[in-house]
Design a protein around this ligand. Structure first.
Ligand code: AMP
Length: 253
């Protein structure tokens, strides 16, 4: 039965107000709450659903990052993944790691693990790259179905409904393939306490990009990171004439 590899990224929690570092070369991550990337929770849920329907045999959760990345692997294990692989990249190096590197790592693991399906989130909410699934498929030379809204197994492979601008697109693909999960694919389950306890005993292997033969030299350099512009204060005007005059003054009409 199919083996599914799921990518789970540890990101700053969606509810945290992100602050730019004074050096303007990134955002403050220390002492900030982190969680599994929300789209990756959806990816894990889809894999668990496939397993419950006996369409998947084993689910392997992979996270690339510093030691703390193991936390999100444990969450995936508590949601129903069978084992984890932590690809350790020290924190300082991780700040420079780019989607192309993660894609090469995931592609290598997909082959090593003889995966039939790789399911990732459509986007990581920290870098908003939306690149990893596409590049993983390219490195593997496998078909890709991104922004999945519905995944159904057929005799020939998979039928997938994708979210596209202003509508839905239905496609068919053979496996092995790479999928990326969109928001409406499912509603991820919460990990229950007994499952969190059980997850502690599930196997978690540690490897490095070097073990996998992946070069993680940065391809791009971040020049600066800026906060979004602060909204200017508004002004109250006396009447419509004053409003029109103000708009003319500002060159808006
Ligand atoms: P991105 O291309 O960075 O927007 O990320 C898209 C998806 O790729 C994420 O939702 C994850 O499923 C996967 N991914 C990206 N970075 C990592 C990582 N460091 N570890 C595990 N999976 C990752």
């Amino acid at each position: 039965m199919a083996r599914v590899l799921v990518g789970v990224k540890r990101v700053i929690d969606y509810a945290v107000k992100v602050r730019v570092k004074p050096e303007k070369n990134g955002v403050v991550t220390q002492g900030v709450k982190h969680s599994m990337n929300p789209f990756d929770e959806i990816a894990v849920e889809e894999a668990v659903k496939l397993k419950e329907k006996k369409l998947a045999g084993e689910i392997v959760a992979v996270s690339v990052g510093p030691t703390q990345s193991q936390e999100v692997i444990r969450t995936a294990l508590a949601m129903g993944a069978d084992r984890g692989i932590h690809v350790e990249v020290p924190a300082a190096e991780y700040e420079l790691l780019q989607p192309v590197h993660v894609s090469k790592i995931l592609a290598k693991l997909a082959l090593e693990e003889k995966a039939d399906l790789v399911i990732l989130g459509k986007q990581a909410i920290d870098d908003d790259a939306n690149q990893t699934a596409q590049m993983t498929a390219a490195v593997l030379d496998w078909p890709q179905a991104t922004f999945c809204n519905k995944v159904e197994k057929t005799d020939a492979g998979l039928t997938i409904v994708r979210e596209i601008d202003g509508g839905l697109e239905t496609i068919k693909t053979k496996t092995p393939a790479v999928l990326s999960a969109d928001l409406r694919l499912n509603t991820p389950r919460y990990a229950t306490l007994p499952n969190i306890m059980k997850a502690k005993k599930k196997p978690l292997k540690k490897v490095t990009p070097k073990d996998l033969g992946v070069d993680t030299t940065p391809r791009i350099e971040i020049i600066s990171v800026e906060d979004p512009p602060v909204r200017q204060a508004g002004a109250v005007v006396a009447d419509v004439d004053a409003l029109v005059a103000k708009l003319k003054e500002g060159g808006h009409v």
